[in-house]
Ligand binder design. Structure first.
Ligand code: KE4
Length: 432
């Protein structure tokens, strides 16, 4: 870890930020990277290696952003880098089906059997948007039910009361979404099965799909209430609506087969992203054979993409999934548990009231009393306290997600030493 020569000299990072702010809205290519809600200048990250990242001034941090999920085996894993390098030697996008798409597609289907057939895209947004277009095309219905704080990418209809950056910026939705489009999305609080029943009763035969993050991770981590996912399965089927699991975060994260394997609930359609691309641009959606037959060129629901199934993405994804064996998930669970226990004792020692929610290697430290089970409870957390904690951790070389409402992502590269370093920093930060 090397500090800049003259701490008062304008750092390379600060000049890069100035140029970025002139170029991009907020100086970023995705809002949450702007650090707006934590009151710090954003970092500019030049490299990552394992569980650490390096900023443009050569400061290293223990990293819990993890590229927002994809870096589950650590940054720049040699086997993943080699796979991409080898693929690159054969050219990049070739504009036709490549063997690598078939290899990754079969690996995904082997792990997620509900995805009887699938389609790759270049982002989770595209995948979620396409899954809902398919649901509407297959059912002939127009309405979609989502959950407050659920984030499924930035397609128009899914920005209604979404999480992630909208929760971070306290935005109810997005400008530019036509009222009639927003009106086709009905929102219910997370874990509110009665609310879901009431919506189906109020709109009989009109709801095409229920889309849910089976473990909510865009309002911080909120686990499904016991019976919630099973209830969604039953109510959707009973009302002729499709159940769509958005597993962009949970897919290959909370279990090799995702949340649907962890909780034993089989959706009609699944949305994937992040990990399945190993850090390269990716999305995927898939499910029942009879539904996927509606997708062009077999059926009338159109979806396309110049770089869908990109060979370098497929190579990175396949190399990453190959590393995620049973031992990997046992290690992720053990590291997550160790970090949770350490953080809880650090907060206790400082007399700080926090609630630590964790599902596997997804974790959130909520600055509130009691683990939230609903959207409102999570959203009522003390954002200012989180911002102070974030800053105190950053100053000690620990990079947390720059929002109370984003999950901490633990990787296979987070070893006991790094967990101990994180807990030691937290002991001081909770007192800040
Ligand atoms: P992308 O279009 O960003 O690849 O995926 C959208 C998406 C879909 N579904 C879920 C459950 C997601 O969490 C996401 C994207 N996640 C955010 C972080 N929570 C991406 C970070 C960002 O927007 O910069």
């Amino acid at each position: 870890m090397t500090a800049p020569a003259d701490p008062h000299a304008p750092s390379r990072q600060s000049s890069l930020i100035a140029r970025a702010e002139d170029l991009f809205p907020g100086g970023v290519n995705s809002p949450v990277r702007a650090f707006r809600s934590v009151g710090r200048p954003p970092v500019v990250l030049a490299a990552g290696a394992g569980a650490r990242v390096r900023d443009a001034d050569d400061r290293w941090y223990v990293d819990y952003i993890g590229a927002w999920g994809p870096a589950i085996v650590g940054h720049a894993h040699p086997l993943v880098v080699d796979a991409v390098r080898t693929a690159a030697l054969g050219g990049f996008a070739l504009g036709a089906t490549s063997p690598s798409e078939i290899i990754l597609g079969e690996a995904i289907r082997a792990a997620v059997p509900s995805m009887e057939r699938l389609r790759f895209t270049s982002s989770g947004t595209e995948a979620a948007m396409s899954a809902l277009r398919l649901a509407r095309g297959a059912t002939g219905r127009d309405l979609v039910l989502k959950f407050a704080g659920g984030y499924h990418g930035h397609s128009d209809g899914l920005l209604v009361e979404a999480g992630s950056g909208l929760a971070t910026l306290a935005l109810p939705g997005s400008a530019g979404v036509p009222a009639q489009v927003a009106a086709a999305t009905i929102v219910v609080p997370i874990n509110d099965l009665d609310g879901v029943q009431a919506v189906f009763k109020a709109h009989p035969d009109r709801i095409a799909a229920v889309i849910v993050e089976p473990v909510a991770a865009n309002v911080g981590v909120i686990a499904p209430a016991p019976g919630f996912l099973e209830g969604l399965r039953e109510v959707s089927a009973a009302n002729g609506a499709l159940l769509v699991f958005d597993e962009v975060i949970t897919g290959f994260r909370v279990a090799h087969g995702g949340a649907q394997a962890r909780y034993g609930v089989r959706p009609d359609l699944t949305v994937l992203g992040k990990i399945v691309g190993g850090g390269m641009p990716v999305g995927a959606y898939g499910g029942r054979r009879d539904l996927m037959a509606h997708i062009a060129p077999e059926g009338p629901v159109y979806q396309a993409g110049t770089l869908s199934g990109h060979p370098l993405t497929m190579a990175a994804g396949a190399a990453t999934l190959a590393l995620l064996d049973d031992a990997a998930y046992e290690a992720l669970e053990a590291t997550g548990a160790e970090l949770e226990v350490g953080l809880r004792s650090a907060a206790g020692a400082a007399g700080r009231t926090v609630a630590i929610a964790r599902v596997g290697s997804l974790l959130t430290v909520f600055f509130r009393d009691g683990i939230p089970t609903s959207t409102d409870a999570a959203m009522a957390s003390d954002r200012a306290a989180y911002a102070r904690f974030f800053g105190a951790m950053l100053d000690q070389g620990i990079l947390l997600p720059p929002s109370q409402f984003e999950a901490w992502f633990i990787s296979l590269a987070h070893d006991r030493e790094l967990v101990a370093e994180t807990v030691a920093a937290a002991r001081k930060a909770f007192r800040a």
